[in-house]
Write a protein of this length. Structure first.
Length: 95
């Protein structure tokens, strides 16, 4: 992602499933404070690693599975919105 100075929020409408959020954000991960994701069925292990400034995560759609430690490293997280479609949480969400 280039030229993202000042960007604080990102909305991702997935047509496929990346390994983690850094796939989209690269080195800019620490700049983002709000993430909205739609159309993803599974969050891999450690999905939001290195998103240290994220305060809010909103996941819309048909999320079915949340991987182990998907929310690790989110030290500033104060709000999370998850859909009712979740069927499995693999072990713990955060170390």
């Amino acid at each position: 992602m280039n030229n993202v100075a000042g960007v604080k929020s990102i909305t991702i409408n997935c047509g496929f499933f990346p390994e983690n959020i850094e796939f989209y954000l690269g080195d800019t991960t620490s700049l983002i404070t709000q993430i909205t994701i739609s159309n993803v069925s599974e969050l891999n292990e450690g999905y939001f690693n290195n998103c240290s400034n994220v305060e809010s995560i909103i996941i819309n759609g048909d999320l079915k599975t949340i991987g182990k430690n998907s929310f690790s490293g989110l030290t500033k997280l104060v709000h999370i919105s998850l859909p009712d479609s979740i069927e499995a949480i693999k072990e713990y969400l955060k170390e």
